[in-house]
Structures are given as structure tokens and as C-alpha cells.
Design a protein around this ligand. Structure first.
Ligand code: SDX
Length: 431
């Protein structure tokens, strides 16, 4: 637990309370208010948790002012350049980079869990073909708890470990199945001879009628996208997973809750919304019209892929993603991609505009990812499922950290009640 260094004094209504200040290894100090209500009979008020640390954690750290992101202390830029997704999964889950034997064993364990129970194929039949793949994923991932009973006892560390491996291994298979179902093609089974990103691309794009060979450069780009999305502190979907898990719900149900939350356009759904926005803008000459709308308080339109609760500088993931977009489009021989041109010009104009500068709004992880995924052949509806596949390791790592914490208790916020005071029932004939 963090060491206590000093206290904060809260004085009001003639009373005064000393609150411990806890110090992190890096980042802002926190005022420990756990005893506040018991001793001073008041709540704190922080809708949206803009100033609230809901937990301590050793997994990921973000410095929003500097635009830094660390997974277990390692900068995302170094991992994106030198590591690979399953190694990042190991790092997030266990806290250290694996040695050669450990990563070989971990990759073998994940590979051997990539198939889903054959009975799960029938789940998809219950959905309309035009269902959004996120709807299918929420349903099918939640249903995993109906199949994998031998890894739902959260009190058993081994079952928690098995659930984590199963989720990391099976989410790509389920996402690929959701895609295949939506395009009316047969499911493609995982191939153990392929690495993780190649296997995902193969399950999405292979068809029975011909050999599908994964382009290594595209697999590498997909692997990098997965690393960039793997974890991100206590974002909305991770907080959802933690809150669901705090009641003792099984890990599959918790991850399904995280997928549901990620779907929102203010969160993981922004990658789909951003590409649709760039398409709607269409050409560079129409950018000023949309910048004007984004600044107009009476217009609900916002620049999707822009802004962030924590980053008040460039999202380091957006920088890596922007470089990757150029590489992938070059590799695929896609010149003059109008959407990329609009994205780059929109970024340039916005970053010179007083409104965005004053509010410290920069491109976030979702601004360029859709351009890459579309170039790879994915429809916009698959962008957020791919985010969910990548974030599963972050969700499950944070969930494991919480469940293993002996001081963990159910999350139960209070409120500022602004409703009616007590009043008596009135019969309908007297109203
Ligand atoms: C992700 O939390 C995470 O870590 C999330 C994530 C992860 O990896 O898990 O990083 C992934 O969700 C990235 C964010 C994807 N969402 C979008 O791109 C949607 C567009 N962005 C906005 O909706 C918004 O920026 C949020 C939701 C991301 C952040 O919202 P906040 O922190 O609640 O900020 P805010 O709404 O209070 O905005 C502050 C000001 C407001 O103006 P004022 O009321 O102060 O006058 O900035 C304005 C906002 O109107 N603003 C924008 C804007 N984002 C904020 N104006 C125009 N366009 C935008 N995109």
C-alpha cells in the first residue's frame, strides 16, 4: 500500500478533520477520504470522477500533461517498436517482461485455448445477420460463463488464471465469428500454426474456397494496434469491469460488461464514429464547416477521435498510429487516400485553432486507427470489436489485480440527493 506522508485538514461548520495524503510512485498525491463520511457525515461530489482515484493499481500509468503512457513502467513507444502483443499481455498480467522460456510457454497456452466450444456457434444463429458485431460480442462473451464453469470460481487463483488465458485466446475468435456472421460467410477455425495477429486476420478474411496468406506487414500492423489499445488505467470500460467484478461476478460476465461500456461513441465507439465523420466531411475544403460545428455549444457535434479526459497533450498512441497509417497505406499501394488527407488536414487546422488549443484537445487513439483498419479491409462496424479484443488483456489484468487485493470490497458510491423529501401516499380519487 502507498506510504502515508502528510495530512490534509478539512474545516467547515466549526469542525476540522485530518485526512491522510497518500503518495504514489509517480503522479499526483491522493487524499484518502475513506473515513470522511464516518467522521464528518459528508460525502464528496465528483460526477464523472474527474478528480477521483477509485483504486490503487500497479499496471498502467498515464501522464496526461506530458502525453506519456507506461505499461508496468515501460513507455508505449518502446513497446510498440520492440515488443509484440502477447509479450505485452504477459507484461500486463504478471508485471515483468518474460524470458524466452516464459513467453514460449505463455504463447503456447494462449494458442491452445483459441477455439470456442462448438455449441457456441449456435449462439450466433440467434442474431440477425445485420446485428452490430459489438452486440454479438456482448452476448457471446457473457455466455462464456455458461460454458466454462471450471474457471468461474474467482476465489481460486488457478481458475482466475485459466479464465484470463481463455479470454485473451478466445476474444479474437469470437470477434472474427461476429464479423463472418455479419457478412454471411462460414466461420474460420483458429490455426495454431499462426501467430496471434495473423490468426485473427486469417479467421476474419480467409474463405474455404481458396488459400488465404496473411501479409506479415499487415499482421505486424494489427499487432501494433493491439498493443496500443491493451490497457489505459481506470477508463470507463475498465472501471465497469472492476465495479462488476467487485460484486463477485464471474470474469466472463465482467468482460461482457466492459465490452458494453466500450461500445459508446464517447469511448471505444469513437474509432467507428471518427471514420464515419471523416467520410462525412469528405474533402479538405469542408473541414472549416465541421470545425465551426465542433465549437458551437448549441450543436451536439464533436470532433470524434479528438479530446481526452486525461491527455491534455498528444495521445502517444495517436502518434504511433499516425506513423502506422502511412506505412500500411503505402504497403497496400493506397495513394491519395482522401480520408487520410482529411484527417491530417483536420488535425493541422484543429491544433492551430484557439478553441482546441485552449481546451487542450488533441487527437486520441481513435483518430487514425479507423483509417488503418479500413485499409486492411475491415468495415467500420469491426473497429470497436478490434478495440475490445485488444483491451481484454487490460480488463482481465485489472480485474485480477482487484480480486487478488485482500482489502477489496464491493463498489457502492453514494449520491447528492435532490429529490422529494418524505411525503404520504394520496389516493387516486384525491389527486
Ligand atoms: C477513448 O479514458 C480513456 O482512457 C479512454 C481511452 C482508452 O484507451 O480507454 O483513451 C479510449 O475513449 C478515447 C476517447 C474517444 N472519444 C472520442 O474521441 C469522442 C470525442 N471526444 C469527446 O467526447 C471528449 O473529448 C471525451 C469524452 C473523450 C472526454 O470528455 P471529457 O473529459 O468529459 O471532457 P469534456 O467533455 O468536459 O470537454 C472539455 C471541453 C468541453 O468544452 P466546455 O464545456 O469546457 O466549453 O472540451 C470540449 C467540450 O465541449 N470538447 C470537445 C471535444 N472534446 C471535448 N469539443 C469538440 N470536439 C471534441 N472532441
Amino acid at each position: 500500500m502507498d506510504k502515508m506522508i502528510k495530512t490534509a485538514t478539512l474545516s467547515f461548520d466549526g469542525k476540522s478533520i485530518e485526512l491522510p495524503i497518500l503518495q504514489p510512485t509517480v503522479g499526483p498525491d491522493v487524499i484518502d477520504i475513506r473515513k470522511l463520511y464516518g467522521e464528518a457525515d459528508v460525502f464528496t461530489y465528483d460526477p464523472g470522477f474527474t478528480s477521483t482515484a477509485a483504486t490503487d493499481s500497479a499496471i498502467t500509468y498515464i501522464d496526461g500533461d506530458k502525453g506519456e503512457l507506461l505499461y508496468r513502467g515501460y513507455p508505449i513507444e518502446q513497446l510498440a517498436e520492440k515488443s509484440h502483443f502477447l509479450e505485452v499481455c504477459y507484461l500486463l498480467l504478471y508485471g515483468e517482461l518474460p524470458d524466452a522460456t516464459q513467453i514460449k510457454d505463455f504463447e503456447a497456452r494462449v494458442t491452445n485455448h483459441t477455439m470456442v466450444h462448438e455449441q457456441m456457434h449456435y449462439f450466433f444463429r440467434g442474431f440477425r445477420r445485420d446485428s452490430h458485431p459489438m452486440a454479438t460480442m456482448v452476448g457471446v462473451v457473457g455466455a462464456m460463463s455458461a460454458f466454462y464453469h471450471d474457471s468461474t470460481d474467482i476465489a481460486d487463483p488457478w481458475q482466475r488464471e485459466v479464465a484470463a488465458i481463455r479470454m485473451i485466446a478466445k476474444l479474437p475468435t469470437i470477434a472474427a465469428m461476429a464479423y463472418k456472421y455479419s457478412v454471411g460467410q462460414p466461420f474460420v477455425y483458429p490455426k495454431n500454426s499462426l501467430d496471434y495477429p495473423s490468426n485473427f486476420l486469417h479467421m476474419c478474411f480467409a474463405v474455404p474456397c481458396e488459400e488465404y496468406v496473411v501479409q506479415p506487414a499487415l499482421a505486424k500492423a494489427m499487432d501494433r494496434i493491439m498493443m496500443l489499445h491493451a490497457d489505459h488505467e481506470q477508463n470507463a470500460s475498465t472501471s465497469t469491469v472492476r465495479l462488476a467484478g467487485s460484486s463477485g461476478a464471474n470474469p466472463f460476465a465482467c468482460i461482457a460488461a466492459g465490452i458494453a461500456c466500450l461500445w459508446g461513441p464517447a469511448h471505444g465507439g469513437a474509432n467507428q464514429a471518427c471514420l464515419e465523420m471523416l467520410r462525412e466531411i469528405g474533402t479538405v475544403d469542408r473541414i472549416p464547416e465541421y470545425i465551426k460545428r465542433a465549437k458551437d455549444k448549441s450543436d451536439p457535434f464533436r470532433l470524434m477521435g479528438f479530446g481526452h479526459r486525461v491527455y491534455k497533450n498528444f495521445d502517444p498512441r495517436a502518434k504511433v498510429m499516425k506513423e502506422s497509417a502511412d506505412e500500411v497505406l503505402d504497403l497496400l499501394g493506397i495513394q491519395d487516400n482522401e480520408t487520410l488527407k482529411v484527417a491530417k488536414e483536420l488535425e493541422k487546422i484543429a491544433l492551430e485553432d484557439e478553441y482546441f488549443v485552449s481546451k487542450k484537445l488533441y487527437p486520441n487513439v481513435d483518430f487514425y486507427s479507423g483509417i488503418i483498419l479500413e485499409a486492411m479491409g475491415f468495415p467500420t462496424s469491426m473497429f470497436t470489436p478490434i478495440f475490445a479484443v485488444s483491451r481484454t488483456v487490460g480488463w482481465i489484468s485489472q480485474w485480477k489485480e482487484m480480486i487478488a487485493d485482500p482489502t477489496q470490497k464491493i463498489g457502492r458510491p453514494r449520491q447528492l440527493y435532490i429529490g422529494q423529501t418524505q411525503r404520504d401516499y394520496v389516493d387516486v380519487n384525491k389527486r
